[in-house]
Design a binder for this molecule. Structure first.
Ligand code: ZN
Length: 190
């Protein structure tokens, strides 16, 4: 149902306007003052217009709600939660990595310089010649054995800089199942 008022005017074509309070004003040509069919058409058009407006408003509310989540009655931005989650995962990966680093560098009696976590697009980690270890943050999403392999790989590089036979036998010594894990890791798409 719509609210409307009619104004007869010296115009050629009828017009519909909606005021801010949602009421409609129909301007109808004087000549068509008694045209019931025209009035019905205008009413139908106005109803359709109003419905479209309501739908649009509902859609806007829905979209806005999509950006938030209610936690204990408080509106929290989903983006903020995403950032917090990112920080949490970063801290988790860092903690697990350091534990493996500690374990394996002790076994080989070597020390690493620095551990960094990065959002690499194309690689799981970066081999460095300066004993700095850079890991892809996405390792946090894989079973932990992959992280362990990567750490072993990197720790072995502290002793053996290239991928020589000596390097791989060192890896094997610390991590006997390395071949399978290495193969599986290559199959996982970043
Ligand atoms: Zn390597």
């Amino acid at each position: 149902m719509i609210q409307y008022t009619i104004k007869y005017a010296r115009i050629k074509h009828s017009r519909i306007r909606m005021s801010k309070n949602g009421e409609f004003l129909f301007s109808i040509p004087v000549k068509k003052a008694n045209d019931e069919k025209l009035l019905q058409t205008l009413i139908a058009k106005a109803e359709e217009f109003k419905q479209r407006k309501i739908n649009k408003k509902r859609q806007e509310i829905k979209e806005e709600e999509g950006n938030y989540i209610i936690i204990f009655g408080e509106k929290i931005e989903k983006q903020k939660i995403k950032e917090d989650l990112h920080k949490y995962l970063e801290a988790l990966l860092s903690k697990e990595s350091r534990e493996f680093l500690k374990k394996y560098s002790k076994k080989l009696n070597v020390s690493y310089q620095k551990l960094t976590l990065k959002s690499y697009k194309w690689k799981w980690w970066s081999c460095s010649h300066t004993n700095n270890i850079s890991l892809n943050l996405k390792l946090v999403h894989l079973p932990i054995i992959f992280l362990e392999y990567v750490i072993v790989h990197e720790v072995c590089h502290i002793k053996e800089k290239n991928h020589s036979k000596n390097f791989w036998s060192l890896v094997e010594k610390l991590f006997p199942e390395y071949k399978k894990i290495r193969k599986d890791l290559k199959m996982i798409q970043l």
